[in-house]
Write a protein that binds this ligand. Sequence first.
Ligand code: ZN
Length: 137
Amino acid sequence: MSHCLNNYDGLCANIHGHSYKLFVCLRGEVCQDKNSSSYGMVMDFSHLKKIVQSEILDKFDHALIIEQNSPFIEQVKLMDTKKEIVDFQPTCENLVLHIKEKIEPLLPCGVELFSVKLYETASSHAEWNLRDVICCK
Ligand SMILES: [Zn+2]
């Protein structure tokens, strides 16, 4: 995915890309109902993967994420390329919060989003968890 940062005094002001890695962690009780298809699970991995695929990966994978007031926006709108125009600065921290907002309402009853961790590079990531946003480098 590519992005660029507004009013940023550095190389990330340019349109550039990263090989992001996303980790989503859930919390809940393991289902004990032997008649349920979720028996022995907190949530079926395939159900979670479908949510992440449709809400996040289908939109962001190999796309340019750009803020609506970016100085590049008019040129980008004319480009025949996959893009997502957002109303926030597309930093790792803001992307984590956006991903949290998209996934959380689609989880089944009794399953709680515990953390969302997004690696921008192998050594830089941002994380939201039940307590706070934590940035690590
Ligand atoms: Zn970047």
